[in-house]
Design a protein around this ligand. Structure first.
Ligand SMILES: NC(=O)c1ccc[n+]([C@@H]2O[C@H](COP(=O)([O-])OP(=O)(O)OC[C@H]3O[C@@H](n4cnc5c(N)ncnc54)[C@H](O)[C@@H]3O)[C@@H](O)[C@H]2O)c1
Length: 397
């Protein structure tokens, strides 16, 4: 029997992870406790069917609320904490840094303390009960920014160790010679990434100081179903469907490494089960692409779907002829905008046998179809003060 405490389980990656665990381990003896404050980014609709299962329990609350968290540990014999809960949007961290420190650093510290108290209690000789683990979901952004050395992507050559593991991926490419590894020094450049780096350091400190059984995972940019439409990919899909302008920062040449969310969930599951205690694992997508190419790909894929499958045209909220690159609107760059992120996943691939199996071509098509088929979800999650936020964000750019 394994009991998971999944924080932020109503958000984008957290809800995908809840669905993944139900699908992969639901038949085993598992219990899933979801703790989520339901901020603008969390929505119970994301886990609607999972919440009907007798072994899934939802608690609305703040990870920083020591009483709420202590109650959970008192009521359930938690084995795994998977901490997704966070303020996660860089732009919001630029306008309100403090909230990011409160949730991402102090919230993580409250969770760590509760786990330490609960798990230490049952331990022998100052150790921790067998099989417990605190997994901190972090980001490659804690490493800062890499140089973009090539204007056009070059073939990515895998070394022999990686070649042995990676089977399904072909034609990989890169915009540079350097990659983040687990040994890259932390050098965060936004309030968001600074808050995540602070949390990572606390988690590492709890391991060193109190012997807490921990792992830290640092992933690249995720994409897939249930992502709130403020991040690049879902925002662009939503705006194309609605025939609205597509705001692209600067020249659109910043490079990100895109990771399909289901591949990420699988990686976290592997680290929980097999990751060496105290270790950091980087999780990359093997898919470097610059923002402007992503935006063009989204426009062209939506247009292609509409032409090949006319039944989909009724889902468009603009004229088909409006779906074109004329929608692109370059706006003033984000302050301190990191140039390039790229991950070397050799450690997780060689130690745990994981690599990102989903090619970007496959992942982006299923993501676009999901957003086309789930516009009611988009309407629901953007029904609050989304429009005001959106207008404020882009009004002076
Ligand atoms: N999305 C990405 O591309 C990406 C990349 C790297 C790392 N990450 C990390 O992965 C994690 C999940 O990211 P996401 O994109 O799913 O984020 P998200 O913003 O979609 O979801 C965050 C969830 O946390 C909840 N939450 C926020 N503050 C809380 C609090 N104080 N107490 C309890 N719950 C709270 C929200 O309600 C929401 O459900 C974050 O820690 C993020 O830093 C995300």
């Amino acid at each position: 029997m394994k009991t998971y405490l999944i924080t932020g389980g109503a958000g984008f990656i957290g809800s995908n992870f809840v669905q993944y665990i139900v699908k992969m381990h639901g038949q085993d003896d598992v219990q899933i406790i979801i703790l989520d404050a339901l901020t603008y980014a969390g929505n119970l609709k994301n886990i609607e069917s999972e919440l009907n299962l007798p072994y899934v329990h939802f608690i609305k609350g703040d990870i920083g609320d020591a009483d709420v968290v202590a109650d959970i540990f008192a009521k359930f014999d938690i084995d795994y904490v998977v901490n997704f809960a966070a303020e996660s949007h860089v732009d919001r961290s630029i306008s309100n840094p403090r909230l990011f420190l409160e949730t991402n650093i102090l919230g993580t510290q409250a969770l760590l303390d509760a786990a330490r108290r609960a798990w230490g209690k049952d331990s022998n000789a100052g150790g921790y009960a067998e099989g417990k683990k605190f997994l901190q979901v972090s980001t490659d952004e804690v490493y800062g920014s890499l140089e973009k050395e090539y204007d056009e992507p070059q073939p990515l050559r895998l070394d022999d160790k990686l070649k042995k593991v990676v089977e399904k991926r072909k034609n990989l490419k890169t915009f540079g010679k350097h990659f983040f590894t687990e040994d890259t020094p932390l050098s965060p450049r936004s309030p968001y990434s600074a808050s995540k780096a602070g949390a990572d350091m606390l988690v590492a400190a709890y391991h060193e100081t109190y012997g807490m059984p921990v792992n830290i995972t640092r992933c690249s940019n995720n994409y897939g179903a249930y992502q709130f439409p403020e991040k690049l990919i879902p925002l662009m899909i939503k705006n194309v469907i609605e025939g609205k302008k597509l705001p692209v920062y600067g020249t659109g040449m910043n490079v990100r490494d895109w990771l399909y969310v289901t591949d990420h969930c699988k990686a976290i599951d592997e680290v929980l089960e097999k990751g060496r205690i105290g270790e950091v694992y980087n999780i990359g997508g093997f898919n470097e692409e610059c923002n402007i190419n992503i935006v063009k790909l989204i426009i062209n894929t939506i247009s292609e779907i509409m032409h090949n499958e006319p039944a989909y045209q009724s889902l468009l909220r603009c004229r088909l002829e409006d779906v074109s690159e004329d929608l692109i609107s370059y706006v003033t760059d984000r302050p301190g905008h990191d140039k390039r992120y790229a991950i070397n996943p050799t450690k997780i691939a060689t130690e745990l046998g994981w690599y990102p199996e989903t090619s970007f071509e496959t992942g982006i098509k299923s993501t676009i179809r999901w957003y086309l088929d789930n516009q009611k979800w988009v309407d629901d999650v953007t029904s609050g003060d989304y429009q005001k936020y959106y207008d404020d964000m882009y009004k002076n750019r």
